[in-house]
Design a protein around this ligand. Structure first.
Ligand SMILES: Cc1cc2nc3c(=O)[nH]c(=O)nc-3n(C[C@H](O)[C@H](O)[C@H](O)COP(=O)(O)O)c2cc1C
Length: 216
């Protein structure tokens, strides 16, 4: 397989957990996005289920390569084993969903670090961003999309911004407590307070798959 991973089918989608602190809420929100995508499977069983890529498990050091990744032609040219392993991981996927909190009007440093390690492994692959925060993390969402365009990813039109419904949920999120998104935890078996946001997630995912399959 080459560094773009393009010839491997069926499509493999990676969903990246973009916060790494302890405690954190990002895994719950990532699971909500996955449950939402899974819930469409009864309509279309061919829809692929994304695999989770948790940056906390990767625990990459601060960027420490001697070359500019866009000039790397083969992973053997990387200095470090951790870069080669990260390269292999990202090469496996054809498209990505980034689930990311807003930190101080931007995105967490850990996702910029993870992006900067590579270039060709990201290039040409479609992606969308699911941000969250008090007001949906719109500033972080815009900034991250700009960076992803910088590594020549194909950012789809739709993006998803999930706003915490109030101060108390934001505080529970900050403490990594259960914010009530698990399957059936909302009234009537719904997925909690973001029930109305699920349509947007499904539409974004369908658009991602459409871009991936190319013009018809
Ligand atoms: C360093 C830091 C900065 C934050 N800045 C913002 C912000 O700019 N806007 C916002 O809505 N929430 C902000 N928050 C609150 C986060 O939305 C909330 O803590 C959330 O749980 C963070 O996701 P995580 O738990 O996965 O790290 C910030 C949280 C942290 C830790």
């Amino acid at each position: 397989m080459d560094m773009t991973g393009q010839e491997e089918y069926p499509a493999k989608i990676g969903i990246i957990i973009c916060s790494t602190r302890t405690p954190r809420v990002c895994p719950q929100i990532t699971q909500f996005v996955l449950d939402t995508i899974q819930s469409t499977k009864h309509q279309d069983t061919t829809i692929p289920t994304p695999d989770i890529i948790d940056l906390a498990e990767w625990n990459l050091p601060l960027f420490d390569e001697s070359s500019i990744p866009s000039q790397i032609k083969d992973p053997s040219q990387y200095d470090h084993d951790h870069t080669r392993a990260w390269s292999t991981e990202i090469t496996r996927y054809h498209a990505f969903i980034f689930v990311v909190p807003q930190y101080n009007w931007g995105y967490p440093a850990v996702i910029k670090n993870a992006i900067d390690y590579l270039y060709h492994e990201w290039s040409g692959k479609p992606a969308f961003v699911v941000s969250y925060g008090g007001h949906g993390g719109g500033k972080c969402n815009r900034q991250l999309r700009e960076v992803l365009r910088g590594v020549r990813m194909e950012i789809i039109e739709r993006n998803v911004e999930l706003a915490f419904p109030g101060r108390s949920v934001l505080e529970r999120a900050a403490k990594g407590e259960d914010i009530g998104l698990a399957n059936g935890s909302g009234s009537g078996g719904k997925l909690g307070f973001w029930e109305d946001e699920r349509r947007g997630i499904v539409d974004a995912y369908r658009e991602l798959l459409q871009v991936l399959s190319g013009p018809v």
